[in-house]
Design a protein around this ligand. Structure first.
Ligand code: UDX
Length: 433
């Protein structure tokens, strides 16, 4: 099929490449000329495992092209809107200006029978509003909402082999067109839910709200564990064996961040308020607060480890990305911790295998080192806040030779306390005795 993808960020660039990988003829559109130039040369503008390979093969085959001119999308049968919906500065609500601008920009270029498909995460009611606009401005085209559930770090796999497909549609023709787009996944037996616009929009935010709640639940348990001498990791293992609960997303630590969960739960709560049903999900405020509290908790642990103050003490911060296998530092708990420690006068050296460039552009006041050894050298305290494989695999004995004092805070509960203590380290986890 002929497909356009409007917006080539973390979502759109992967979606466009994956659609081309499936054999479709794809054009990716973005207003950022630099990003488009990089993508056209098969250089992903961000870190995502597997993306370089499919981007290279798709651009080389000619099935994937990029442009800054939305008119170049005109002969596509299906147009995916994959632009960002960030949190508005100083407000909990989502900024829909990119969705609205790309939608309006597309209107004059829609061919007869074209389908516009929203992928961006939006407040419930947005699709209906856009459908009404489409009905008056381009009645020969139609709209569907098809939320995306990809996880950064697994985005290529999640797009090529989704665990479910959700279509919010107004008619059967739209669902048929989407079936043709996702033929490979449908042939593989992927569950497909065809529903109305509002439900499709809600599926996305409800899923993210549930995941965020699960993480904050275990982080609340980890605070209780700290107060009682219990071990939250054993607790999570034990309750996780109940199939109704499940072990995944029960890892206590510095909490969730990134471009989705934090802003999605805030926008969802704000939208519920607008709808007059704010009380129904007011618990999401607690979920957010519990989450943000974990960042402070790590800072307090650091003060505690250093005898009450971090002032002028050398601290190695391992990780700035919001999670491993990503260079994304949006709302990153790890970066927040580094910035707070620096704010308290600590001599912070932060390191990360992929996130330094993004972190530096947001927080140039921090000192960064690409080498984990250099970050560790002479440190009075090590704080692990992003669980990259290379940090999980650190050898406590070897690392012990680099630091000034063997003290570590495991902000992700991924190290073996016994092993680190046996090597002479003072180990502190989050809700672990
Ligand atoms: C999330 C959703 O998983 C995805 O379906 C949606 O499309 C976008 O938002 P993503 O933001 O890529 O994806 O990351 P995810 O893997 O969900 O992790 C989110 C945050 O939660 C990370 O900061 C991670 O470190 C944290 N987390 C996750 C925990 O703190 N504990 C856990 O047990 C799991």
């Amino acid at each position: 099929m002929r497909i356009s993808v409007i917006g080539c960020g973390y979502l759109g660039a992967v979606h466009a490449s994956a659609m081309a990988e499936l054999g479709h003829d794809v054009i990716g559109i973005d207003v950022d000329a630099r990003k488009i130039a990089q993508l056209a040369e098969a250089h992903p503008p961000f870190h995502e495992p597997g993306l370089p390979e499919i981007l290279a093969s798709a651009t080389a085959s000619g099935r994937l092209r990029f442009s800054t001119d939305i008119a170049d999308a005109a002969d596509a049968e299906v147009h995916f809107i994959a632009v960002g919906t960030p949190q508005q500065p100083g407000r909990p609500t989502a900024d829909l200006s990119y969705v609205d601008a790309s939608f309006e920009g597309l209107l004059p270029h829609l061919a007869d029978g074209a389908l516009v498909v929203g992928k961006s995460t939006v407040p419930v009611g947005t699709a209906q509003r856009l459908a009404e606009r489409l009905a008056s401005a381009a009645p020969h085209a139609s709209l569907a909402w098809n939320p995306e559930f990809l996880r950064e770090g697994f985005a290529v796999k999640d797009t090529l082999e989704p665990d479910r497909l959700v279509y919010g549609v107004a008619d059967a023709e739209a669902a048929d067109l989407l079936d043709r787009v996702y033929q490979a996944a449908i042939d593989a037996g992927t569950p497909r839910i065809v529903t109305d616009y509002a439900t499709a929009e809600l599926v996305k935010v409800a899923a993210n709200a549930f995941l965020a709640t699960k993480i904050s639940f275990i982080n609340a348990m980890s605070e209780i564990a700290d107060a009682t001498g219990a071990d939250v990791t054993a607790l999570a293992d034990a309750i996780g064996h109940d199939a109704r609960i499940g072990r995944r997303f029960l890892n206590a630590g510095v909490g969730f961040g990134g471009g989705c969960l934090p802003k999605d739960i805030r926008a969802f709560a704000a939208r519920a308020d607008e709808l007059g049903v704010g009380q129904s999900i007011s618990f999401l405020e607690q979920v957010d607060q519990i989450n943000l509290r974990q960042r402070q908790r790590v800072v307090h642990l650091a003060e505690d480890a250093l005898g009450g103050s971090v002032y002028e003490r050398r601290i190695a911060v391992l990780g700035v990305a919001f999670k491993p296998d990503s260079d994304d530092v949006r709302d990153s708990p790890a970066l927040d911790v580094a910035v707070s420690l620096k704010g308290l006068g600590a001599d912070v050296v932060a390191t990360d295998p992929a996130g330094i460039e993004n972190a530096r552009s947001r927080h140039p006041q921090l000192t960064y080192s690409a080498s984990v050894e250099d970050a560790l050298r002479g440190a009075d305290l090590v704080v692990l806040v992003t669980e990259w494989r290379e940090y999980r695999d650190l050898d406590p004995e070897a690392v012990g030779g680099l630091v000034a004092a063997r003290r570590i805070i495991d902000g992700r509960n991924v190290l073996d306390p016994g092993q680190w203590r046996a090597a002479g380290w003072e180990y502190r986890g989050m809700g672990r005795p």
